[in-house]
Design a protein around this ligand. Structure first.
Ligand code: SF4
Ligand code: MG
Length: 320
């Protein structure tokens, strides 16, 4: 993904002039086969929009999206339809994403039929096998979504995504709607499937704590931009961006005697239709400098592919 932008016109009431919302603003990253890259940030930072834009569920304003060397931003509808098989999405709310009028059998047969996979006679066998893979017994086949728990519904949604044997799954807050006790079961299922099917995950979450153990790399987003990207361990061991530092400090400590050095940010996330000048984080940043108020920081490359978008890591004459 290179220089991806997704802008749209906001409609905030009849009296105000229309503004441009820069939901995704110049995002670049790579995602490798079998890897989990997490996109993390507060709600409204553009992470879901990034995921949907990459799958071309939304059009993009600028930039390019390559999938296995192919520029999918340029594909015609029919070519893209064929590629959909390789790129699937799992949503936060499995109840909303599963058709309430269809049985599990129908829900899982549909993608096979749409993509012409297998003979009609083989498809039921595939459905049963994937139901088993996600940990649901065969006798659930003729039940409807409302007859399942939230965790079971998410298993069905995951089965529907992986039955096509995709290469990429965009998982948008896949466990946020589930009870804590069920969250780890679903995450373990996703990890197991990743190993078996060599899946790449773009894992979207507002919770850095959730993605800590499942991510190979983590990208932190703020107001439409990636402000820091690093290997997961490195991000937690040595966060560079003041925003990342505050997010990590807000994760509850496991032991009560661990020092609670939480960094509290002032204010709320500003509206993406009217972002602050310079570094968009500057009104809330504990480290803000004069230059931050008027100049957007460049992306700085540190070691091990670690990147950060912050003036603290630039040798500006004003900074030294
Ligand atoms: Fe804070 Fe300035 Fe860095 Fe932005 S560029 S995060 S305001 S120090
Ligand atoms: Mg979202």
């Amino acid at each position: 993904v290179r220089g991806l932008k997704k802008y749209y016109e906001s409609n905030q009431g009849w009296a105000k002039p229309k503004g441009i919302v820069k939901a995704v603003d110049d995002i670049s990253f790579a995602l490798y086969r079998g890897e989990t890259l997490s996109l993390v940030g507060e709600s409204g930072c553009g992470k879901s929009t990034t995921g949907k834009t990459i799958l071309r569920l939304y059009g993009h304003t600028a930039g390019s999206i390559h999938f296995e060397g192919q520029d999918i931003g340029q594909l015609a509808y029919e070519e893209m339809r064929q590629l959909r098989r390789e790129m699937q999405m799992v949503f936060q709310d499995p109840f909303a994403s599963l058709n309430p009028k269809k049985t599990v059998r129908q829900i899982l047969l549909e993608p096979l039929r749409v993509h012409g996979i297998g003979q009609a006679s083989e498809r039921l066998g595939m459905v049963k096998r994937f139901l088993e893979i996600v940990g649901l017994a065969e006798y659930h086949l003729d039940k409807y979504p409302h007859e399942f728990s939230g965790g079971q519904r998410q298993r069905i949604a995951i089965a529907r995504a992986v039955i096509l044997k995709p290469k990429l799954i965009v998982a948008d807050e896949p466990v946020s709607a589930l009870d804590i006790s069920v969250q780890s079961q679903v995450i373990n299922l996703l990890l197991q499937l990743q190993k078996e099917l060599n899946l790449a995950y773009l894992f979207i979450s507002h919770d850095l704590g959730v993605v800590k153990h499942i991510s190979d790399r983590i990208a932190v987003m703020y107001l439409g931009r990636i402000v820091e990207l690093a290997e997961a361990e490195e991000l937690f061991a040595a966060p560079k961006h003041p925003y990342t530092q505050s997010l990590i400090s807000a994760i509850p400590k496991r032991h009560p005697d661990e020092k609670n050095d939480r960094i509290i940010l002032k204010g709320d996330v500003p509206s993406p239709s009217n972002p602050p000048t310079g570094c968009a984080f500057h009104p809330r940043c504990p480290m803000v400098m004069a230059i931050c108020e008027h100049t957007s920081p460049p992306v700085m490359q540190l070691e091990n592919g670690h990147t950060v978008r912050c003036h603290l890591y630039v040798d500006h004459p004003k900074n030294v």
